[in-house]
Design a protein around this ligand. Sequence first.
Ligand code: NAP
Ligand code: ZN
Ligand code: ZN
Length: 348
Amino acid sequence: MIQTKAYAALHAKAHLHPFEIQRREPGPRDVLIDIRYCGVCHSDIHQARDEWGGSIFPMVPGHEIVGVVSRVGDQVRRFRPGDKVGVGCFVDSCRECPSCREGLEQYCSEGMVGTYNGRERGSGAPTYGGYSARIVVDEKYVLRIPDNLPLDRAAPLLCAGITTYSPLRHWNAGPGKKVAILGLGGLGHMGVKLAGAMGAEVTVLSHSAAKHEDALRLGAHDFQVTSDESVFERLAGRFDLILNTVSVELNLNSYLGMLRRDGALVLLGVPDKPTHVHAFSVIMNRRTLAGSLIGGIRETQEMLDFCAKNGIVSDIETIPIQRVNEAYERMIRGDVRYRFVIDVKSLD
Ligand code: NAP
Ligand code: ZN
Ligand code: ZN
C-alpha cells in the first residue's frame, strides 16, 4: 500500500483536516499519479456535508484532479511516467452495459464508481478523491491534458468543463442558437466560455448584479439580473437552451417561460430540495425539462482537446489546502471568481 497525505471530513458537520490514506499498489493496468492541483466543486461541499444523503465518511473530496504520472503497470499502453494527466468524477464502471459500451460511463447501469464517496468494484473499499498527494487509477479512466493547457487552470475542466460541454453538445449549441447560462459560478463560467467558442449567442442570468462586467469579459453577449422580476417578461420565449448551474432551489416555472418552442432547460445544479413544475410550463411551446450528468471519458477527452484548440481554461484562485474550509464558506456566499484550485504541494 502507498501511504498518502490527504484532507478529509470525518463526518457531515466536521471541517476538513489532515488525514492519512492508503492507495493500492498500481496493478498491471493502473497509473500512479502525483497530484499537482485539484479544483473545488460545489458537489464537494454537498457531499462533505451529506446534503444529498448516503455520504461515506471519512471523506476525501476532490474530482477535478490534474497531475503527473509517476509510475505505470506493465500492461499500461496509453501513459508513461512524466505525462500530464487528469482524473474527473469517476474512476471505474462495469465496462459492459450499453452506456459503458457507448462511452457514456457516467450512466453505467451498475453505477459509476465515484472518484470519492464511492466504493471500488469488487473490494467495496471506499474511494478517496483529489485533496490528496497521489491517486491510483485504471488507465481507461485517465485523461490526457494537452501540452498547451496550464495544469492549475485546466483542473476545473475535469468537472465544471465537461458538465457544461456535454449538454451544450447534446442540445446542439452553436451558431444561430441562443443559450442562457443560469448562475455564474464554477460551472457557469465554463459554460459561458464553451458556448461562446461553439458559436452560440450567450446570455448570463445571475442573481449577482456585480458579475455583469465579468460575464461580458468571459464572452457573454448579454447579462441579466434575475432579482429584477421584469426579466421574466422581457426574455419570455427567447432561448433555445438554458443550462441551470445554480446550487440552490429556484422557481423553474419562471425559467421555463424563457424558452422558445422546443427549447430545453437542462438541470445541472443539484439543490437538496425537490422543485415543483407546473405542467403548463412545459406543455406550452412543447418545452423540455432535462438533466445531464458530467460526461463520459471519450467526451471528456474531446472537451480537453477542444479547450486546447480554443485556448479555454478556467479563471481560478489558487489556495493552499489549509484554506479549503474557508473556500467552502466563500463558495456558499457566492464569493469565488470562478473556481478555487488547491495547490497540492501545500500538503507536504
Ligand atoms: P458554484 O461555483 O458555487 O456556483 C453556483 C452559482 O449559483 C453561484 O455562483 C451563483 O451564481 C448561483 N446562485 C444563485 N442563487 C444563489 C444563492 N441563493 N446562493 C448561492 N448561489 C446562488 O457551484 P458549482 O461548482 O458551479 O456547482 C453548481 C451546482 O452544480 C452544484 O449544485 C453542484 O453540485 C452541481 N454539479 C452538477 C454536476 C452534474 O453533473 N450535473 C457536476 C458538477 C456540479 P450567480 O451569482 O451568478 O447567481
Ligand atoms: Zn464536480
Ligand atoms: Zn456500465
